[in-house]
Design a protein around this ligand. Structure first.
Ligand code: UD1
Ligand code: MG
Length: 457
């Protein structure tokens, strides 16, 4: 198909969402509903994409922020036909237009490709589906003798026998542009809702002697729309389950495919194992043999091969090397890089720091704005004091340093190669290489001192 235009209808109010936010900006798998539809639209490489917006005003184009989209405002929502009419000045006069709905986010490229293949300059194509419970949808009226499509009748305008029809209009269709220019301005609103129905265009086409073909979605769930928070939650689960199934097919061991959430892209190597209730956001890469324990959250992270992330760890905007151990209960914040074989243990927070190869901070530490060399041991309870109330300062710990437990390193500071810091020290000046440095008051024992006691009455 040479000339493909795509129009996404997204101006509706979405009353049942019970929300002040425009419906199409509600989020599914970390992305606005409209964003999902736009991704599919772009994948079809159309000549142009128009989005009809209205309810919620400029918030919709602002949130999507794509200058290639033709944004067309529908000031008042007078129906789907009226919505498409607004785009007419921008549509080509030849080729076809694919109409998508901004609140039907799970539609897939394969399904649309098949639908588009049925349309020509003189042929209309409708995406229809057979539903056991067709409640709320427009019904497809076919000629009883020939089976050809005659019209779409909206539920609110349907007769009792028409309501029995189980073939429904998904709302997604492909329309020849020349006929759109001819028919759209002729739509009327003489119906039970006083709306300009786009669906009336089908009867016009049939009357003009044109063909209307139907095509069906590959998966039944692709056509589901979001009208309420309950719908949104249901679609989120369908979407997540599909993603999990794809990962399983690629050989990723997901302990329970109903307990994983991917809000973005998860790219996995071989022999990856993911335990329950993990969330992956943005783009996450997991190398070969990586294991992710239960209840971890990873956001824009690269984890190299052989690394294990133990349960309850939160890692964002970080790079984790090969054969590292992280967690349980680690917090790795943006700007962190762990080199190969580093260990970050429980209740350790690392921010904007490099942890050198084979270095370890296994218990109860804060490491911020630090550069740590190789084979460094950071004792339990060590804190880099990186903030003076106004500015952040850097801590440099060179190779082979041993930092005793409960040490404060007051930045800016450099702990030289081979230094040992005695436990319980507050270090405020750079240390010399290969020496023991400590800052503690001397231990005393007070003779004759008595522990206070309560008088028993
Ligand atoms: C529409 C179809 C119906 C189909 C159903 C599928 C018509 C007349 N009916 O009904 O046959 O079964 O979708 O879900 O087309 N919109 C606008 N401007 C408007 C009105 C709607 O942009 O003035 C947008 C909405 O944001 C939504 C889409 O068009 O994305 C569909 O509108 P909606 O009100 O949900 O139509 P339905 O009555 O459900
Ligand atoms: Mg609807």
């Amino acid at each position: 198909m040479t000339n493909l235009n795509i129009v996404i209808l997204a101006a509706g109010v979405g009353k049942r969402m019970q929300s002040s936010q425009p419906k199409v900006l509600h989020v599914l798998a970390g992305k606005p509903l409209l964003g999902h539809v736009l991704d599919v639209a772009r994948a079809l490489s159309p000549k142009k994409i128009c989005v009809v917006y209205g309810h919620g005003g400029e918030r919709v184009p602002r949130a999507i922020n794509d200058s290639e989209i033709i944004w067309v405002k529908q000031e008042v929502q007078l129906g789907t036909g009226h919505a498409l009419l607004q785009t007419l000045p921008y549509l080509d006069t030849e080729g076809v237009t694919l109409v998508l709905l901004g609140d039907v986010p799970l539609i897939k490229v394969d399904t649309l490709g098949r639908l588009i293949a049925k349309a020509t300059e003189n042929n209309f194509a409708l995406l229809t589906a057979e539903l056991d419970a067709p409640l709320g949808y427009g019904r497809i009226i076919r000629n009883e003798a020939t089976g050809t499509i005659q019209a779409i009748v909206e539920e609110k305008d349907a007769s009792k026998s028409q309501l029995e029809i189980q073939e429904i209009n998904t709302g997604i269709m492909v329309l020849p542009n020349s006929y759109l220019h001819e028919f759209l301005p002729k739509l009327q609103n003489k119906n039970s809702q006083s709306e300009y129905y786009l669906t009336d265009i089908i009867e016009m086409a049939v009357e003009a002697g044109l063909r209307v073909d139907a095509s069906y979605p590959v998966h039944g769930w692709e056509i589901l729309g979001v009208n309420s928070k309950a719908n949104l939650a249901k679609l989120e689960r369908i979407n997540q389950r599909e993603y999990a199934n794809e990962l399983l097919e690629q050989g990723v061991m997901i302990t329970d495919p109903s307990r994983i959430d991917v809000r973005g892209q998860l790219v996995c190597g071989r022999n990856v194992e993911i335990d329950i209730n993990c969330i992956f956001e943005g783009t996450v890469h997991l190398g070969d043999d990586v294991k992710i324990g239960a209840h971890c959250i990873l956001r824009n992270v690269v984890v190299s091969s052989g690394t294990t992330i133990f349960p309850f760890s939160l890692i964002e905007n970080a790079e984790i090397g090969k054969n590292c151990h992280v967690g349980p209960y680690s917090r790795i914040r943006p700007g962190t890089r762990l080199y190969d074989e580093a260990h970050i243990g429980n209740f350790v927070e690392v921010k904007n720091s490099n942890i050198g190869m084979g270095s370890k901070a296994n218990h109860l530490s804060y490491i911020g704005d630090a550069i740590i060399g190789t084979k460094v041991n950071i004792g339990a309870g060590t804190i880099t004091c990186n903030y003076d109330g106004a500015f952040k300062h850097q801590t440099i710990i060179e190779d082979d340093v041993f930092v005793g437990s409960d040490t404060q390193l007051v930045a800016p500071i450099r702990v030289a190669r081979g230094s040992t810091i005695g436990a319980g020290s507050t270090i405020t000046r750079d240390t010399p290489e290969d020496q023991l440095t400590l800052s503690r008051s001397k231990q005393v024992s007070v003779t004759g001192w008595k522990r206070p006691k309560k008088n028993k009455t």
